[in-house]
Design a protein around this ligand. Structure first.
Ligand code: DAT
Ligand code: MG
Length: 156
């Protein structure tokens, strides 16, 4: 794989509904099948402090308290994935926030009917990735490794 400027990392979190519905494996398979490389991953119970940091851009909005309650309501799976245009690609794979707009073929479009119980969080920009990844991972926890299959996933 040739590293270039469009290779980037993004932060994803499988929310408590994904864990409770037994959909962790299914969603991870989509991420792996796409060719994105998981470079950090942990299951954790999000604390209110972590939730407040992760969602600080939504502080003051009407849904903020219930969003924080929800993300803290059970175990989540946090991860960092890497690949070409990983931020935009994973946002496309997640699907739109509004359930009536998340199209079939996306994770939310296939598996979710509710704006809050929408299974997955993903950074929406490089700045959000920098902020959100720091809430859950240290630099040392983010691994750097090659995958043999990468030369079949990327042209150059
Ligand atoms: P996304 O998760 O697609 O990035 P967002 O950043 O706008 O969406 O909002 C973060 C989360 O907050 C979203 O996943 C679910 C919740 N949320 C957003 N809009 C909401 C609304 N109108 N009512 C209830 N929850 C909402
Ligand atoms: Mg968001």
């Amino acid at each position: 794989m040739t590293e270039s400027a469009d290779f980037e990392q993004t932060f994803l979190m499988l929310k408590p509904d994904a864990v409770q519905r037994g959909m962790v494996g299914k969603i991870l398979s989509r991420i792996e099948d796409k060719g994105l490389k998981i470079v950090a991953m942990k299951m954790l119970q999000v604390t209110p402090e972590q939730a407040a940091k992760q969602y600080e851009c939504h502080y003051g909005k009407s849904f903020y308290p219930s969003l924080v309650d929800f993300i803290c309501s059970g175990p989540c799976v946090a991860m960092i994935v890497e690949g070409r245009d990983a931020i935009a690609i994973s946002r496309k794979m997640m699907g739109a926030t509004a359930p009536e707009q998340s199209v079939p073929g996306t994770i939310r479009g296939d598996y979710s009917l509710d704006v809050k119980h929408n299974l997955i969080h993903g950074s929406d920009s490089a700045a959000s990735f920098a902020h959100e990844s720091r809430v859950y991972f240290t630099e040392a926890e983010i691994l750097s490794y090659g995958l043999e299959l990468e030369r079949w996933i990327y042209y150059s």
